[in-house]
Design a protein around this ligand. Sequence first.
Ligand code: PEP
Ligand code: MN
Length: 365
Amino acid sequence: MIVTLDSGASEQELEAVLSVAARFAGVTPTKYVFEGAASTVVEVHLIGDTAKVPESAFDELPSVRHVVRVSQKFRLIGRHGRADAPVGFEYNGVRFDEGEVHLFAGLCAVDTPAHVEQTMAALRDAGLTTTRMGVYKPRTSPYDFQGLGQECLPWVFELAGEYGIKLVAMEVCDARHIDEIQAALDSAGNPTGVMLQIGTRNTQNFELLKAVGRQRVMPVLFKRGMGITLQDSLNACEYVASEGQPNIIFCLRGVKTHLGDPHRNLVDFAHVPVVRLLTRLPVCIDPSHSVGRAAVAPDGVPEILHAIAQGVITGASMVLLDVHPDPATALCDGPQALSLEQLPRVLSYVERVRRTYEDLVAAYH
Ligand code: PEP
Ligand code: MN
């Protein structure tokens, strides 16, 4: 059961909720604070045997906005039917909620300083301050390029700072990587911020999820599992929140099945509104890893952009995109990388689809 208080609720009003909760044996109340764009919301979560606790015990208390019985296990990330649940967070000057779309275009795998610099220069020229840079790569084969790892972090972060990048999405495959990233950021003087990415191969690596959840600084980009249900992915995502890090973005990246051929994965962006309905997390789409190829449709638009449209038109608020200065020489996922020359057109495409989405929503009412 979740008791939500009005944003202006006083300490005494919160105490009143906690003391009513304490009257019920076998029920533990825990306070959570969620910082939305417009206001801060305080919730008291009642864990345990809440079947005997009537909603009316809290309904009448001052500043109680609503009381909901939670039917989903992902209680912290869940929306639980509350249209007014606060969505999103701010990190390093970038606001993530449902109000706009952020394009994180960048390298699937960092290879050379020259390629990182060319990419960041193209991002800056396009007016972008967010990117993706894969440094630790979980590869299907041990003989494939595994990423440059810790050694490249100093120059990746330094270049990010030089080119005005505020946020780099970067996958971690081991708890040790989190410390390496934090240490490299600190020793570089924090020239940029990092969003810790959990890849689809680690969606149910619960110890890693707990580790990213325990650090309270960097937000988390959580990718759905490629071969498990959406429900299982949401329960896995809850591990991050349950350890204390509520700043999470949920990413759809397609599911593994030959029914999606010739695409690398079956595009699952019809789940964008489903995740928005079930959770209070901003939703990201990864058209590169779902489509998996840079093929161009007969209308001249790359299939990856058509897939972006599917996600953004249904309310996705972040797009993760592989680009590369020279896709033919990329050490990982070159066939799905768009070129840097395509970036301005991609950005304009994303912005136009977003405006259309907003128009369509407004016209629907
Ligand atoms: C990636 O984004 O680099 C990646 C490996 O994606 P996924 O975990 O979705 O396969
Ligand atoms: Mn990749």
